[in-house]
Design a protein around this ligand. Structure first.
Ligand code: GLU
Length: 417
């Protein structure tokens, strides 16, 4: 089949591939490829100029065989229903491979948030959560941040949800600000998880992280924190970084502290003093030992996979590699730690947050980070062992573990009615 950039089609391709490798019951596979519920909402808001703009939003609950649906909310101009379906599916596999008692879900709003004022953004965030308030719940579906959403927005959303439902129960959203019941370590969790997964993979492949050249495509929350920890704690040398404004490259190394500082002061690394300016596409093909795609889907496709010049790819983003590219990378001997494992640190600490909210008892950051490390180490090793056993890549290994668990849940429950 020709390569497609439709993320939902690509996710189903991966499910079919692994179902075939495992001789999975076809009837169960039909369920694994069908999102349980797709909600479409229209979101009118009053703009600052007195006009009304109507945005479109989605929430997809993909599968809840293993527990309440879980997954973030993305605000981006490129959001489509099929993207949200794929992201909700990936959350299903991510929670399953992580051993969390959750199913998968995802939300999205079609909007370029940089075009809204702060007040308009707040209205849109509140209106969205209001629109899906009947569909979510602490034991039903638990949203969180994703691309272009953050703790501050979770704060507006939890306030709206509580007002509308007449409750003070805050476990319905995770990734909240710390003094509204957020967990210590949640903001850094996805990046920190990427760093732990990278460490386990590097060790298994005999790659020394100390001095390894690192490229991070997408220097947002996930990419910048993963980069900082991989440089400071593992001794990597960052030679390339990019964001929506372009990429910066220097084989002699970039200054991680300066890059991080720029994200805080300017919200972009474009004014970095030094390095060569190149495009995101060029950056991906530069020689390095570790490549972290941490932006959006479809950055490694059959078109550029053969030019990728790295040893290890750790997917901070969801869906950065197409199935066709996976095949090429595997043939080239490049290890890929797949998204559903590599970036699972975020939802793992979301789970800790949810548990803390339900218990009304809060953990110190050290405990959060230690428990995250333990889970990432165990899960990454389990995936590597599975991939080795079947002589395949880590994506297949991760899907095998995840799909088996979800399929088992479905079988044990049986089909209603
Ligand atoms: N949006 C993040 C992800 O893709 C986190 C989801 C969550 O914490 O529920 O994994």
């Amino acid at each position: 089949m020709a390569e497609t950039l439709n993320p939902f089609e690509n996710m189903k391709k991966q499910v079919d591939k692994v179902a075939g490798m495992m001789n999975m019951d076809e009837n169960i596979v039909k369920i694994l490829k069908s999102p349980m519920k797709s909600i479409l909402v229209s979101l009118p808001i009053n703009k600052d100029d007195g006009s009304i703009e109507v945005f479109e939003g989605f929430r997809v609950q993909y599968n809840d065989a293993l527990g309440p649906c879980k997954g973030g909310i993305r605000f981006h101009q490129g959001v489509t229903i099929d993207e949200v379906r794929a992201l909700a599916g990936w959350m299903t596999w991510k929670c399953a491979v992580s051993g969390l008692p959750y199913g998968g879900g995802k939300g999205g709003v079609i909007v370029d948030p940089s075009k809204l004022s702060e007040k308009e953004l707040e209205k849109l965030a509140r209106r969205y959560i209001y629109a899906i308030s009947e569909e979510i719940g602490v034991e039903k579906d638990i949203p969180a941040p994703d691309v272009n959403t953050n703790p501050k927005m979770m704060g507006w959303m939890i306030d709206t949800y509580c007002r509308v439902k007449g409750t003070a129960s805050i476990g319905v959203l995770t990734g909240k600000p710390i003094n509204l019941g957020g967990s210590a370590g949640r903001v850094e969790a996805t990046g920190r998880g990427v760093r732990f997964a990278a460490e386990v993979a590097a060790k298994n492949m005999g790659l020394d992280m100390n001095g390894a050249r690192l490229i991070v495509q997408g220097f947002g929350n996930v990419g910048s924190i993963a980069a900082r920890l991989m440089v400071k704690e593992c001794g990597c040398k960052i030679v390339g970084a990019s964001d929506v404004n372009g990429a910066i490259y220097d084989n002699n190394g970039l200054d991680i502290d300066k890059l991080i500082k720029l994200t805080e002061t300017d919200g972009t690394i474009k004014n970095y003093d030094g390095g060569e300016r190149i495009s995101n596409e060029e950056l991906i093909e530069k020689e390095c030992e570790i490549l972290v795609p941490a932006a959006l889907e479809n950055v490694i496709t059959s078109k550029n996979a053969k030019n990728i010049n790295t040893k290890l790819i750790v997917e901070g983003a969801n869906g950065p590699t197409t199935p066709e590219a996976d095949k090429i990378l595997f043939e080239k001997g490049i290890w890929v730690v797949p998204d559903i494992l590599a970036n699972s640190g975020g939802v793992i600490v979301s789970y800790f947050e949810w548990v803390q909210n339900i218990d009304h008892y809060y953990w110190p950051e050290e405990r959060v980070n230690n428990e995250l490390k333990e889970k990432m180490f165990q899960n990454t090793q389990a995936v590597i062992d599975m991939a080795k056993k079947y002589n395949t890549d880590m994506r297949d290994g991760a899907y095998m573990i995840a799909m088996e668990r979800v399929a088992d849940g479905i079988k044990i429950r049986g089909i209603f009615p």
